[in-house]
Design a protein around this ligand. Sequence first.
Ligand SMILES: [Zn+2]
Ligand SMILES: [Zn+2]
Ligand SMILES: [Zn+2]
Ligand SMILES: [Zn+2]
Ligand SMILES: [Zn+2]
Ligand SMILES: [Zn+2]
Ligand SMILES: [Zn+2]
Ligand SMILES: [Zn+2]
Length: 1811
Amino acid sequence: MMAALLLRRDKKSTAAHLKSDLNRTDNSSGVRQLQELLDSVLNPEKPPADTEALDWCKCLIAGEEGFEEFCKTVRSYDNATLCGLVWTANFVAYRCRTCGISPCMSLCAECFNNGDHTGHDFNMFRSQAGGACDCGDSNVMRETGFCRRHRLRTGENVPSVPRDLLLMSEMVLPRFIICIIQYLRDGYTEPAERDLQKVLQQLEPQITFLEELTKMGGAMRTVLTKILTNQQTFKDLSMGQEENVFAKKNYENYLSALKNSGLVSVEEKAQTGAAEPTRGSETGEDQDGQSIGQRKRVKLSSSTKDPSIMDSLKHKCFLEELLFWTIKYEFPQKMVTFLLNMLPDQDYKITFTKTFVQHYAFIMKTLMKSQESDTMSNRIVHISVQLFSNEDLARHVTEECQLLDIMVTVLLYMMESCLIKSELQDEENSRHVVVNCSEALLKNNTYWPLVSDFINILSHQSVAKKFLEDHSLLMLWMSFVSFFQGMNLNKRELSEHVEFESQTYYAAFAAELEACAQPMWGLLTHCKVKETQEYTKTVVRYCLETLQIWFDAIGFVDELAPNQVTFHLPLHRYYAMFLSKAVKCQGLDLESLLPDQEMLMRIMVHPLQIQASLSEIHSNMWVRNGLQIKGQAMTYVQSHFCNSMIDPDIFLLQVCASRLDPDYFISSVFERFKVVDLLTMASVHQNTALDGEQERPMLEGALTFLVILSSLRIHLGMADDEILRAEMVSQLCMNDRTHSSLLDLIPENPNPKSGIVPGSCSFEEMLSAVADFKAPVFELGGSMQQGMYTPKAEVWEKEFDPIMVILRTVYRRDVQSAMDRYSAFLKQSGMHTTGNPWPPYKERTPLHPCYKGLDRLLHCKTLHIVIFTLLYKIWLDHSNMSEHVLCMVLYLIELGLDNQVEEDKGDEVRPSHCHDSWFPGTNLLSNLHHVINYVRVRVPETAPEVKREREPPASTSAEASNFGQAQVFSLVAERRRKFQEIINRSSTEASQAVRPKSSSTRWVPPGTPPQLVTEILEIHESMLSLLIKLHQKLSAKQNSLSATWLEDMDANPNRHAHGDGITAIERILTKAATRSHQSKRSIQEICGKVFPPVAPKKNSPTAKKTMDKEERRQRARERQQKLLAEFASRQKSFMETAMDVESPDTEAAMDLGASEVKESEVLYDCVICGQSGPSTEDRPTGLVVLLQASSVLGHRCKSDEAKKLPTTDEERIYPADTCGAAHDVRLALMQSFFKDSSCLQSVSIGWDGGVYVQTCGHTLHIDCHKSYMESLRNDQVMQGFSVDKGEFTCPLCRQFANSVLPCRPGRSTEVVSWHMPSNKKTSVLVKEVEDLQEQLGFFPTESNLSKEMELVIKDIKNTTQRKYMDYGKNPGSPDNDFLFMYSVARTNLELELVHRGGNLCSGGASGAAKRSCLNQLFHVLAMHMRLYSIDSAYNPWTRLTQVAPSRDKMNSRVCLDDERPEVPMLFRDCPSLLIIFVLTMPQPLRKEHFICLVRMLYNLQYTQALAALSAKFSPEERQAWSTSGTLKKFSLFFYMINCPFNTICALLLCFLSQLSSSVWSPQSIEYSLQQFCLPYLRLSCLLQHHLYGDNLSGCPEEEEFSGLAGCLGLLDPAPQPSNPMYSASCLDWTVSAFDLMSQWCSEVTGLADTQAEKSMTLLVQDLQWASPHLLHLPDNYNTIFQYYHKKACTACKKVPKDPALCLVCGTFVCLKGLCCKQHGICECVWHSQHCGAATGIFLLINASVIIIIRGHRFCLWGSVYLDAHGEEDRDLRRGKPLFLCVERYRVLEQQWVSHTFDHINKRWGPHYNGL
Ligand SMILES: [Zn+2]
Ligand SMILES: [Zn+2]
Ligand SMILES: [Zn+2]
Ligand SMILES: [Zn+2]
Ligand SMILES: [Zn+2]
Ligand SMILES: [Zn+2]
Ligand SMILES: [Zn+2]
Ligand SMILES: [Zn+2]
């Protein structure tokens, strides 16, 4: 009742009243009143959308002052020392590696900019998952990096909060929060029937209010923390409330939601009772309905230390329940932000972290069920990163809340949901289970948030130690890892190609890397010192145990099931990496960590199988499995995986090799590579496992593997610095690299890319030590280069390591690329100039003592027999040998020579080998010269060795006995025997070791085996003698080594470093000789022998081919490269000429031939049919042209300085001063006074949206072009241009084009007779011109040519938009058309002027005119213009050359047909008039008439100049001028031309009255007159040049006027150095100058009375425009980015998701945004149409990249901002500072001005108006 009373009162006064009540000592009544009020206000049964309750809360909390005021007050008590700003995805934040302690540290832009990070290693990034600012948190970052605000520790000087300020908050907020919770409880149903999003939407205002509260700072957060964590309040408010039915129902809802929150559901628990770890498999149903074939889902129940981890949740405070609902509702963004905003409160942070950990299993369960796991994952990590990056907190929850146990258990449970039975090895009986990579959990990477949390906490030493000390946890983790062991098994398809290529391998590789390898690397960082030895020992022990379990589970004995491979052996790799660390860093003895021999033999099997499979895959033995298998092979060695996959595998094999019997190991390798059968001395053999074409690559693979195995030192003794250096060198040798691609290619572990490196050298230091920086070079039209690093010369010379390159190449071609680059270096430096060099041999880092055993591989009889056999076979050209085989064999010999093993005398009593008969000992050095006499081989009966008639053995008994001892060699038998031996020796259960070998059957070939017979071969060779024979063979010289050559060798030991096979053999022989006297003697003996002059016979011609194949391939490659280079240079020259840029050296290529001028007819080559002939009316020829609309001219300004791009709100760009705008204003002004049709002949348009015509200079028959277009239409592959719009590429030069401009028959330019200067008087010429103008033009009879001409006119009109054609008052009227047509000519002339640099000083030969199509264009335009005729009554020629009979007559004429007068001559544009005259007179126009036109118009131009000039004089100046002495001198010129100067001046001055304070001298007057007339002269001259082919003579800039006047014949060409006043002497009057000028002036004076000011504007105009520029950009990209990435669009007022900037005018637009789309066109495209007449240049703010829009197409141009390494940073991925590359920007501007975007840039695509 009381509440009802209160409710009716005003909220504010109620609040004040209650507050005072509550402040009394006895506040019970106040409390009661408040509770009653809240009971009725905060009623959860009311819909949450009703904000009345919210308003009440705000008022109550604020008390008498308003809520805003209250917020301010509370904020003044903020004692927070942390920034803690929370952001969501796409926010721009910073990361500083110099300041960060945790790698996850991030700063908001404000804190970053207010801190000092100069010279630090920082970058900007766009947040993916959201984050929070760490400024002020010394756990995460160094204090030196704090910003000024958070460095001050504001907390210390903030007064304490007055008690009553937050009193009401403490009372009201608990009720408010429980109200929200009740809404959440009520909204949830299981399973979620209601739309959760809807529930959340309704709650939005409430949660926003909570968020607002957190922003009030520390004081309010403390209150909230108290409420959220108080257990009593929660108990009182949350449960029970029996009397309220609604609350009760809610509560039950909540309880049922809680039920299934644990890992073990309540039901399950009741059923099983005892949690026996039964690893049984039971068939489960497939949830997603898709069939996984016969695979079985397996469910396990694991045991864990603490069953409470598995239990359902129980809540004790608001925070816990709030988090619970946050999870249930799948992490609504607002809620997450609220929870994170609270984090700066330390108490809250701790409680919240604990709560989060408590809910961890529940999070996993919800995540797995979620439909939008991606979003949810991001939100989870957004929170967890804030909690777990802090070491103190992570350790705290590890100790108190079993964080580690929870995480491992949760991960285990998660993976258990998708286990299947492993099919590896024993498909039937395998007890091993693996994850199923096709399950959504793996395919979608759903597990990543949990794994990343785990990796994050393991990065803290204290936490990692806890993990490593807890054995049961380790056990649990190992069983987790074993879920990935053997996953994604590949089975080789033998008969048919797989039906569909499974892409599960992505999931598998990602899972091993993220879930297994990353945690491993995390743990390894804490096992780096002696003190941590114990940890390593424990891990190694559990690894071995788990491996043992695995071998048992898959039923592995010693034979591998055939045709299977898995790339996933994480257990092996854990074992390997911990071993490596133990030896390298912890000083542990390897022996103590190794298992027995039998286990080692098993461990080696699977990694070895991967190596063999790699070779099989590259030998195309797995083609039937599809491309994906190659993908796996490449991923396995790729830079992000190699550290965690191939490197550990190779290392483990090296460990095995160093401990196992070398003969066993070597024979295992060859057996696994399936090349055993090939290793026979017989010339013919059977290989039951391989096809013929696979033998050679597999043998190469096996040998290469052995070389890698015995020479790689990455884990065997190289220091971290050396590793980094070797990695860098091998990547740089393959290709020049940009800084960022190099960073990406260098494996991360164990060398973090930047920051603290384990070695002493940083990445940058190492880079500058091994590489030279090649700054980007810029050439017009060339590709956009980036800064590159290339190996230093001494690196090529000393460090190039082909073995490392082979190990690190993903693409096979990279090995060849490295070798080609190496050869090029040797050639260039003169070190090796003949033939192709071989991969250089590189000496190796000494082995760590622990791995010394590895060298025994090189000193074992089996390997020596293989080497001997291969040398022999190569010498005899047996099939399937190759240069690569020889190269690897030599490499192995040399490695053996360089790595001697000390003979172990104690081990002498070894059991005898079956190979003992081949070689006496194991030492390579002594075996080298051992001579083998006879070898027994098994060959088919048809083999050449089989002698049809057996000769009896030699008679001497000695030889006979030798014969009997002929060597036999069987690798397989050897390996089997060894295996038995080892098993028997090591195992007490010897009987067990003899196992049935069912698999041996696979060695039996299908069908009847051919009959084999035993033959005995006579050999009599040693390895040395074979080497010498090969030397002869390679050098193609008998006795290539003289008996004394060894002596000559010692002189220069270095000459053998680089070279071919011959050099390699010489090097080996020298080494052998220096190391052993016996070898030396042997070599000398062999060399001394004179060999019979018979070349070794060739057993099969095909064998020779294989040897030569490499060489021929190399030659073919060279030839191809040469061809490509030639082709490229040819194309380049086309490009250059097509760009219409002055480049004299390419002129010849384009010149159609100077001789043609003299010929009467020009012949054109058709680039399609190849025929040559004239262009005729019937079969016209045309120029390939590109028509494009252009606004480049319109964007010119007065100032030569580019406008600055605004980067603050104060700066702005004003478009009014551009050429386009100025002309628009002028035309509009004229149109307001004068007759429209007259106006339209007094100006030119086309400054904006004019049509520019460009040609590549190639011609074709128009009918040929039509059939060409038809063929393009049918060709589907044409991309980037649209055939329907007439677009095509020039068939010859591939330049983009869209029309064909017909060539007129006959001359290319006017024939000589038409050029002749005439002696006719000017007055005669004027009359002739007048007559010609009256003459009706001849209309050409309709012909193919005339039709084509009209078609191209149509094309021209279609090129630009209507608005750029219709300037008249009557749209579509002939006047408009007339204006547009002659303006096309103007546009092209003006653009040519711009391209020539704005003047004609540089000159140009007549040949240049032919490159342009202006002549042909003029002709086409003139043809079209004949359709119009100018009414003779209005012909300006009359007014230009005649004094009107009477003034009245003229005026009356004006009044007759229009109210408005014609445009006065002084306002008319002379260049426009010239073009009009030329185009409307009969073609061809004689040159004398042209000159006459130019002269008469010059009179007008000069008068306009005088008028404009005098308008600038002050009255005083005018006075002074008319009387002063200088005037007399000046007026002399006027005297010469019969015109009293002062009269003219007086005339002009009397009606012009503008004040000006300038002081004028005769020189300055002459200068400004010349400047005024120059544009007219330039244009006339250029026109003359194109019409008549006259040369443009160059001149110094200050003499341009006289030069041009001379060129046009206005001035006597003889130089007049004494007389600087030319401008007046060019005048030529046919009537009284005074009368004509008076007449012109009177036209203006008639108007001046009414519109003096406006007519002045029309009179005084500046005709000069500076060359066009793009906007001036700031040096640092950050300046642009900071201003524009959060700037709102002026059209939609929103901050665009993809903002873009027009670099021509500075307009800011929404790229791709629907917000600013109009008529289905997005803003960027729309702007390109208006700003650039369909050409747009936009800077994409968020990508730093420029895109070009051209009509319906667009392309990515690249960036003009580069980082310190000369590289682009597209999409700002690296976020390093970027600086303007002036050269690139100039290239961009140049392409814009020269209209060559289409020609230079590749990869255009349609934009569908969507940009
Ligand atoms: Zn800060
Ligand atoms: Zn901050
Ligand atoms: Zn810093
Ligand atoms: Zn043709
Ligand atoms: Zn061409
Ligand atoms: Zn623009
Ligand atoms: Zn917009
Ligand atoms: Zn917009």
